[in-house]
Write a protein that binds this ligand. Structure first.
Ligand SMILES: [Zn+2]
Length: 110
């Protein structure tokens, strides 16, 4: 990688990251789907054993894993926010690696 290319990559990644962060539109979580019964004795989940598939968010907080149920009406929005969070994480990592390369830190010997 030459220097100009690296600077261009760094600029691209940084401006992409800035846009995502500026929107404030992110949630740190891993999405998991689980089957569940809703509690209504007349629902198909109770009568026909056709369980509902629900979205939950898993996140570590104070060394504990927290599970949070996501209502159906918020699923799409929440998935987008999680996606943004992962993009931000990837971009941070990319920018960090580019800085290693730019400073040639990996090639320095102790
Ligand atoms: Zn049900």
């Amino acid at each position: 990688m030459n220097r100009n290319y690296m600077e261009l990559e760094l600029k691209k990644a940084t401006s992409h990251l800035a846009k995502l962060v500026y929107g404030g539109n992110f949630i740190r979580a891993n999405a998991v789907t689980m089957k569940r019964v809703c509690g209504n004795p007349r629902c198909r989940c109770a009568i026909q054993n056709k369980k509902h598939i629900s979205l939950y968010l898993c996140r570590k907080q104070d060394k504990k894993t927290k599970m949070t149920y996501v209502p159906v009406r918020l699923e799409e929005d929440v998935k987008k926010k999680i996606n943004n969070y992962h993009k931000i994480k990837d971009l941070l990592e990319k920018i960090s690696e580019l800085n290693y390369k730019q400073l040639k830190l990996d090639k320095e010997s102790v």
